[in-house]
Design a protein around this ligand. Sequence first.
Ligand SMILES: NC(=O)C1=CN([C@@H]2O[C@H](COP(=O)(O)OP(=O)(O)OC[C@H]3O[C@@H](n4cnc5c(N)ncnc54)[C@H](O)[C@@H]3O)[C@@H](O)[C@H]2O)C=CC1
Ligand SMILES: C[N+](C)(C)CC(=O)CC(=O)[O-]
Length: 475
Amino acid sequence: MKAAIVGGGVIGGGWAARFLLNGWDVAVFDPDPEAQRKIGEVIENARRSLPSLYDRSLPEEGQLIFHASLSDAVQGAAWIQESVPERLELKHKVLGNLTDLAQSDAVIGSSTSGFKPSELNRDGGRAIVAHPFNPVYLLPLVELVGEKSETERAANILRDIGMYPLIVRKEIEAHIADRLLEAVWRESLWLVKDGIATTAEIDEAIRMGFGLRWAQMGLFETYRVAGGEAGMKHFMAQFGPALEWPWTKLMDVPEFTEDLVDLIAGQSDTQSGHMSIRELERLRDDNLVGLLRSLKKSGSGAGGVISSHESALPHSASASLPITGDRQIPQSWTDYNGHMNEAYYLEAGAAATDRFMELIGADADYVAAGQSYFTVENHLRYLDELKEGERLIITTQVLEGEGKRMKLFHFLKNADSKLAATMETLLLHVDLNSRSSCPPGANVASRLGTFAAKHKNLPLPEGAGRYVGQRSQVG
Ligand SMILES: NC(=O)C1=CN([C@@H]2O[C@H](COP(=O)(O)OP(=O)(O)OC[C@H]3O[C@@H](n4cnc5c(N)ncnc54)[C@H](O)[C@@H]3O)[C@@H](O)[C@H]2O)C=CC1
Ligand SMILES: C[N+](C)(C)CC(=O)CC(=O)[O-]
């Protein structure tokens, strides 16, 4: 599949990375002579962060091509994303050209933060609004506005690349999220202008408090909980009157005088000027990956989107030993020594055991029906360093698979097939109701038996059966 990115700045670069890392070929058209360098840097950031959200590998990267002509860029594209600056006359010109050049079944999306489809298409265009959030390669939300069947078609494509399409029921300036953001932005500008708070203090007010809540429950669910046992009605009775006092400046907009711009830009330099924009982007991305990975555990908010995208990604396969893990090492798995922390070798090995259980039919349904395996012993050997962003591939050999016992040997290798660790793990089959060991069901026993019989012909892996501190036999 091919996507064409028209305008490759902050947002176009993010779109390019999102499509590319999900296996699409990407063609870019942007007259800026620096566009290739800038997009290259955004894609580098995306490569170190997006795959770290997943415990499976993403599809192989597509091809990235820069074109000097708009018609070459859009030729054969199934998705065309316009991300030129937010000026209506420019959007009209570009979207008009795109309507003429695009293949008839291509989705044409506009990244516009505020214009409505009826404004964008005034000169005969056929674009829908596909409004993303920065960084586009990590944040799933895309607000879709436009004709129903077109937005539904677009939503399916966006889900396939791990995004969360939110179809907006009626067109309105600034859609949903930017209306909310603008209210916070407007109030913040007043607080700085009136000398109430600095940019740094406002950012602390957000990130030390409600910013943390919003990522996992949003506004209404958070306030429902804040109403205590009496819930939303009590919350509204208690805080409703304050809306009329009012606490806020509502629609007043402070004039962007030179003084106000200097004040805000100066405070922002004091607050964050010690880091370059690229460094700030990497800090933001690492934090987002950590937050999103936590949300993934509970399936909350954007974490649920990543889990459902992950479950649609194919597992890697091999002819010899089964592949039970194929993933990128997230930055959050590394430690003060600059490599993957020992605890995460166990996490990766445990995930490989879970995957092997699925392969023999001891999957989520089997567990829900009351049977499972418990790990009773592990032996991990740390043989080589693994670094942030490296690919980790795990294969598994069955050493024993009879009756209640299942002994597995996981090989943890990097992309160059260098062995970084081994994990030998002994599990017992259990009845989850009685919490005691028992033989597995016939299907699981048979599938495990097939693996065990096949792997019996393989040599015993070097290191199998070792105890802690055993001296090396070599040399
Ligand atoms: N920056 C943000 O936080 C967000 C921006 N948006 C929207 O995305 C769109 C783009 O914004 P940014 O990426 O921030 O702007 P930007 O200024 O970073 O990038 C715009 C790019 O468009 C290119 N361009 C200008 N004229 C062009 C033309 N005729 N054909 C092709 N390329 C052209 C420029 O060279 C530049 O690289 C706007 O509509 C904006 O409202 C949406 C979500 C967030
Ligand atoms: C400031 N902005 C209106 C361009 C912001 C957006 O449109 C969305 C975002 O990523 O914050």
